[in-house]
Write a protein that binds this ligand. Sequence first.
Ligand code: AMP
Ligand code: GLY
Length: 429
Amino acid sequence: MKILVIGSGGREHALCWKLNKSTKVKEIFAAPGNAGTAMIAENVDIAADDLTALKDFVIKNKVDLTIVGPELPLTLGIVDEFEAAGLRVFGPSKAAAKLEDSKVFSKEIMDKAGVPTAKYRRFTDVTEAKAYAEEEETHGHPLVIKADGLAAGKGVFICTSLDEAFLAIDTIMSDKVFGSAGDSLIIEEYLSGEEASFIAVTDGKTVLPFATSQDHKAIYDNDEGPNTGGMGAYSPAPVVTSTLEETIMRDVMLPMVKTMADEGRPYKGILYGGIMIVDGKPLVLEFNCRFGDPECQPLLMRLKTDLVDIIEATIDDRLSEITLDWDSRDALCVVMAAEGYPEGYEKGQVIEGLDKVECCDVFVFHAGTALKDGRVVTSGGRVLGVTALGDGIRSAIETAYKAVEKISWAGNHEDGGAYYRRDIGKKAL
Ligand code: AMP
Ligand code: GLY
């Protein structure tokens, strides 16, 4: 089989890596890919949101199956376009991907499905949003302010003062830092608890949960500082007990998939619920229409089932025939980012030490990397996802961090330009 993976992050490198293990796969293309995917796939210089060029490439090269990594092409309707052209593609339709594309839409579906989530109000006017923030602030809880649309994980602000709330509202709606994603915003009730990522695959009827996982969204240790796309992840996440997993399936995933079908937006593909566990009960923070990044890296390192079988069964509405098998070991991914991320950062630094870390229990997934004069250089904010398997989380942490310490790149900063959190997996101990 010839497969095209769309995207260029750690998630997409992990997808290529896992597909490469399938005996069914003959050739992999990655568009646009990164220096990591280039080692196992042929990188194709087409942007992930250039739907026409992607479709032309697939037709011309007789690609049998396209797997869409990031949300943007999904929300632009790549699946609809490919299906209309008779092409096999994995992911939700545009109508279904709206669950991630609009927080307001997602809340409305959650309400219809009876799925527990934080209370919220929607605003399209700066003055009204600020007036509401002023009123809410008197209750003494942090204010959660979110751009309605896609903002690469950076459109959510947890504000502990009115000044911060006003700044967030201005950033989203007046300065339009996230473009039209900030045409409207929501102000949401603050939920205090522990977070987990609940990732499942569904063909619109059967919902198969992946192993549990947990991300680390904040840039600094102890979950401090602004949110990022994710600074590290591990699986399994002990906070999601088997009882809680059953509750999430019963109260969240199954009702969402059923309600989306009832609404004429049948959901097929990966459904990822960001869950806050408050007093043992799951409340949904958001839905994503694709694999989490970096959660995908530890999950795929643990997945024993052939990914092609899972994807083909999803497309062909026979997911009920599939069982997911998992490596019983723990997997943990530490993201190495460019100093300065999620704000400004340098690019083009040569990455040293990559050749020193490969062994059977650790794999370095590339995210923002590129090849320049035959060398691997940094080309994005999140650069690498160093992922290790271990007997128990402690061993996975040790192996991952040992590998991280061997990798570096130069920069104008004293610690060599690479930044990573030192506490990934600590919550599982
Ligand atoms: P989201 O993109 O909506 O998942 O939000 C990004 C991150 O912001 C989440 O992973 C949480 O860490 C935090 N967050 C979002 N909504 C809330 C909330 N209502 N209460 C507390 N934290 C939140
Ligand atoms: N790791 C969070 C996300 O993929 O949205």
